[in-house]
Design a protein around this ligand. Structure first.
Ligand SMILES: Cc1cc2nc3c(=O)[nH]c(=O)nc-3n(C[C@H](O)[C@H](O)[C@H](O)COP(=O)(O)OP(=O)(O)OC[C@H]3O[C@@H](n4cnc5c(N)ncnc54)[C@H](O)[C@@H]3O)c2cc1C
Length: 450
């Protein structure tokens, strides 16, 4: 954390009303919402594209837009637009609940959306420190090819996934489960040369529910063909736009603290080995994948869990499971409590699968850090417990949290109040005007046919 006086030594990187750090699903929703409200808005992003895990993380699949096990849509706003626009552009497929897309197409679509709303972008730029004055974040320090500079901001939205900004500003945070263990990291990879029809036939030969092909990986391990880093498929993502290619969510590296560069390095090296080993296993054991080959691994390893910044409210597993209503609702979550094994392959015993129709509200206060003003957090790093994070961490929900953060940043600035003092009714009215879904009436309006 720096003072204004210390920051004066650095280059001046510009003045913005809203600076969003991180251009993932949360960051783009925050920034596009703020820019569309007329605020001078900048996204600072370390990679060369928007989208976070959806692009730089190589994961061409976003879910859930609907209530669990149903076609009732519960997410609107920017995250829904992302699905619609990537589909309309011919790079994706949307089916009410989820969208599958070509990662490169999503990058193009998000650049275009930024341009259309006048959102400024600064790629290849790493956030490294905050400027704090009297308990308020008044700027961010960034490092890039140009050098080190300070960008002044009236409001900052931390959408880094890891809560980097809030942590640097001194906000309290939690990490992991009761043992401090976090979900494993995964290096996604894309393979080509796949006969997808035959793969699907092979999968269905195991009967309904055998989607994860556990018996296949067990046999490969018994035969000495595979180390025990995984015991089930976490996702094979096929898109019609690349008919012989599949995105693979299979590698798992445990005991990684992804806020440490040393851990990220170790995990990436191990996960890359797993990618190539997995391809050998697929070739030998999966009909339709005999000739599959590596196309790419993404810019970055996929991170499921790191810091959860302590906020004005902490969303808990109980809130999620009992779908508790909140007066300051900013949208809905609906995903199962999806916790990958925190100390080994497969899924954690705390994973919870809800009944059909399940959805729950997300309160604004989880985006408002307890310890700092002028700052909002959005996406994976909001205030929740380890188990609630298992559900809210998926991309539509990160987008919902982002959009609320961006709108709250602008409204609080215009009202001249701290984000925690913002009139929630005005926030909700603006979110509705931006096509967000906050309560059952909005759900009914968004789903006239249901
Ligand atoms: C392997 C894997 C599979 C998943 N599967 C699904 C799925 O099927 N469906 C689904 O909806 N969700 C899925 N998720 C969850 C989801 O992708 C993430 O939880 C979600 O993307 C988090 O959104 P975010 O915007 O908070 O963070 P991120 O997507 O991580 O985006 C954060 C952005 O901030 C940038 N950033 C971070 N730190 C800095 C810094 N210091 N300076 C500058 N920029 C920075 C990053 O480069 C990144 O672009 C998966 C996650 C993983 C890891």
């Amino acid at each position: 954390m720096m003072t204004l006086q210390q920051a004066a030594e650095l280059n001046h990187g510009g003045d913005y009303e809203v600076v969003v750090v991180g251009g993932g699903p949360a960051g783009v929703a925050a920034a596009f919402a703020a820019a569309r409200m007329g605020a001078k808005t900048l996204i600072v992003e370390q990679f060369n594209c928007l989208g976070g895990v959806a692009t730089a993380g190589g994961h061409g699949h976003i879910c859930l837009y609907s209530a669990w096990g149903s076609k009732t849509r519960v997410v609107g706003g920017v995250p829904f637009e992302m699905a619609r626009q990537v589909t309309e552009a011919g790079y994706g497929h949307y089916n009410t609940s989820q969208t599958d897309f070509e990662v490169e197409g999503m990058k193009l679509v998000l650049d275009r959306m930024a341009e259309e709303c006048g959102c400024h972008l600064l790629y290849h730029t790493f956030f490294c420190d905050t400027v704090v004055e009297q308990g308020r974040v008044v700027g961010v320090v960034v490092q890039n090819k140009t050098g080190r500079s300070v960008i002044r901001a009236e409001r900052v939205v931390d959408a880094t996934g890891d809560g980097d900004v809030a942590a640097r500003a001194g906000c309290a945070f939690e990490k992991g489960n009761e043992k401090g263990n976090m979900q494993p990291v995964t290096l996604m990879f894309t393979i080509g040369g796949v006969d997808w029809k035959r793969v699907c036939e092979f999968r269905s030969s195991f009967g309904p529910g055998a989607y994860q092909l556990k018996d296949v990986w067990k046999k490969a391990q018994e035969n000495g063909d595979m180390r025990p880093y995984q015991d089930q498929i976490m996702g094979w993502w096929w898109t019609p736009t690349r008919p012989d290619q599949v995105g693979v969510n299979f590698t798992h590296v445990n005991f990684v603290d992804a806020t440490r560069a040393e851990d990220l390095t170790r995990a990436t090296i191990e996960a890359r080995k797993q990618c190539f080993e997995t391809i050998e296993v697929y070739r030998k054991y999966v009909p339709g994948m005999e000739k599959c080959y590596m196309i790419s691994t993404p810019n970055t390893i996929g991170i499921r869990e790191t810091r959860r910044i302590c906020g004005e409210y902490t969303l808990t597993r109980d809130d999620v499971v009992n779908h508790r209503d909140f007066a300051d609702s900013i949208g809905y979550g609906s995903f199962f409590i999806d916790i990958h094994g925190t100390s080994g392959p497969g899924m954690d015993h705390k994973t919870w699968r809800p009944p059909a129709g399940f959805r729950y509200q997300l309160p604004y206060r989880i985006c408002v850090p307890r310890d700092m003003d002028n700052l909002l957090v959005a996406g994976r790093c909001v205030s929740c417990d380890h188990e609630a994070l298992g559900s809210i961490r998926v991309m539509p929900q990160c987008g919902v949290l982002g959009q609320a953060g961006g709108v709250a940043a602008v409204l609080s600035l215009r009202a001249g109040c701290a984000p925690r003092a913002l009139d929630v009714a005005s926030l909700q009215a603006e979110l509705r005007a931006q096509d967000c879904i906050l309560d059952e009436n909005d759900i009914a309006r968004a789903n006239p046919e249901v």
